[in-house]
Design a protein around this ligand. Structure first.
Ligand code: ZN
Ligand code: ZN
Length: 388
């Protein structure tokens, strides 16, 4: 192990000398960006070779740095693609709902069912669009760069600034995020203190919308699926088996036009192009919404559990490790940011009075979250955090 480390250090020193030589020779010719990169590599190698704290773990971290950088860069670019995908897929479902399903609902349903579908569908649509827009556009919250009187728990190695409690560094955004939950490629944004509520409400309303489409469209889906199977079987029959004579020479003949002679077994097409498009659209809508309902429903449920516990996705990992560590010592871990299940929900949604359950949870609301994301109330659990 010791020999391997010496060998590694020797190789690095050799590379350092070589790079110094290259830098001197190509100083005038090399473009500015390349010179910067070479001097950065030199600085990195110097800090690794002449640092008493250097160990194999640190060297491996440095070697894998370009890989992490590439992954972060790709995720940043894929974020734009994913946002476009959400907009395109949601718009396609809306087009089907408005141009194919709504006329059918208006033609065949009773007035009560028409009112229900129009009211619920539009409420759900407003909730999805509002919360998605707010989740993507609201900055998650950043710690102050210059103000150092904020209570902090550590210093970020990348930003070189104090980190307040619950703050974590996002490699994709390349900055520290207050109460960071995760970086969401579907939003192309980090989920943090100021947009966590928008993210969860979007997930919930999108899941509800997909479940609504899946349940209300199941009979239409079965009919459409059977219709597709039927026209497929008709297509097979239409190709037919020519027997002899005129049919073979002329091709497709109208049935019965050549009495007593052979012809293709064709019948007038029972499905028009419009019918086929309708059935295919219904199948596409049902499959897409059912799949999203299952996948996003699972994610929403998981986030609901985390909110009930008063922790973020990152804190879940930290807290479960801490729980195991303390368990071995015979002690019990207690999350200092949890104030009881109901209070955690009230804090999360910013519910301060009863009417807020309607105006701030069930209707679109752009109120600011509770607290500034820098300081946290560590007081022991109270029965009721907010007077209701
Ligand atoms: Zn940072
Ligand atoms: Zn991020």
């Amino acid at each position: 192990m010791q020999g391997g480390r010496k060998l590694l250090c020797g190789a690095m020193r050799l590379f350092l000398r070589g790079s110094r030589l290259c830098l001197k020779q190509g100083h005038r010719r090399a473009p500015r960006r390349l010179r910067h990169l070479l001097s950065y590599i030199r600085l990195l190698l110097s800090s690794l070779c002449y640092n008493s704290l250097t160990n194999s773990e640190l060297v491996m971290d440095c070697l894998f740095e370009p890989v992490f950088w590439l992954v972060d860069l790709l995720t940043r670019w894929f974020g734009v693609v994913f946002v476009c995908l959400v907009v395109v897929l949601t718009s396609s479902i809306l087009m089907i709902a408005y141009f194919a399903l709504l006329p059918l609902v208006l033609r065949t349903y009773s007035p009560i069912w028409i009112a229900w579908h129009i009211c619920y569908g539009h409420w759900n649509l407003v909730m999805i669009v509002f919360h998605y827009y707010k989740a993507t556009k609201t900055p998650p919250g950043y710690p102050p760069q210059r103000k150092f009187d904020v209570p902090s728990v550590s210093v970020c190695k990348k930003c070189i600034i104090p980190k307040p409690a619950r703050t974590h560094h996002c490699g994709i955004c390349n900055t520290c995020i207050l109460k960071m939950d995760h970086h969401c490629p579907w939003l192309n944004n980090c989920v943090g203190h100021f947009n966590h509520r928008y993210f969860f409400s979007f997930c919930l309303s999108m899941t509800l919308g997909c479940v609504y489409c899946s349940i209300s469209g199941r009979n239409l889906f079965v009919d459409a699926y059977n219709a597709v199977e039927h026209w497929k079987s008709l297509d097979v029959e239409k190709q037919g088996v020519p027997v002899t004579g005129v049919g073979l020479l002329i091709g497709i003949l109208p049935p019965g036009s050549v009495t007593g002679q052979s012809y293709y077994q064709t019948s007038p097409p029972p499905y028009t192009f419009r019918d086929k498009m309708f059935h295919k659209s219904v199948i596409y809508m049902w499959v897409l919404t059912s799949t999203v309902a299952l996948a996003l429903g699972g994610l929403t449920l998981w986030h609901a559990v985390l909110i009930s516990r008063g922790e973020t996705s990152i804190e879940r990992h930290i807290n479960s490790k801490e729980t195991k560590r303390l368990q071995k010592r015979g002690r019990v871990f207690r999350n200092p940011f949890s104030h009881g299940r109901l209070n955690n929900w009230k804090l999360f949604f910013g519910v301060e009075k009863r009417s807020h359950w309607l105006t701030r949870v069930l209707l679109p609301s752009s109120h600011a979250p509770y607290g500034d994301g820098l300081t946290w109330d560590f007081s022991p659990r109270r029965k009721d955090m907010m007077a209701i």
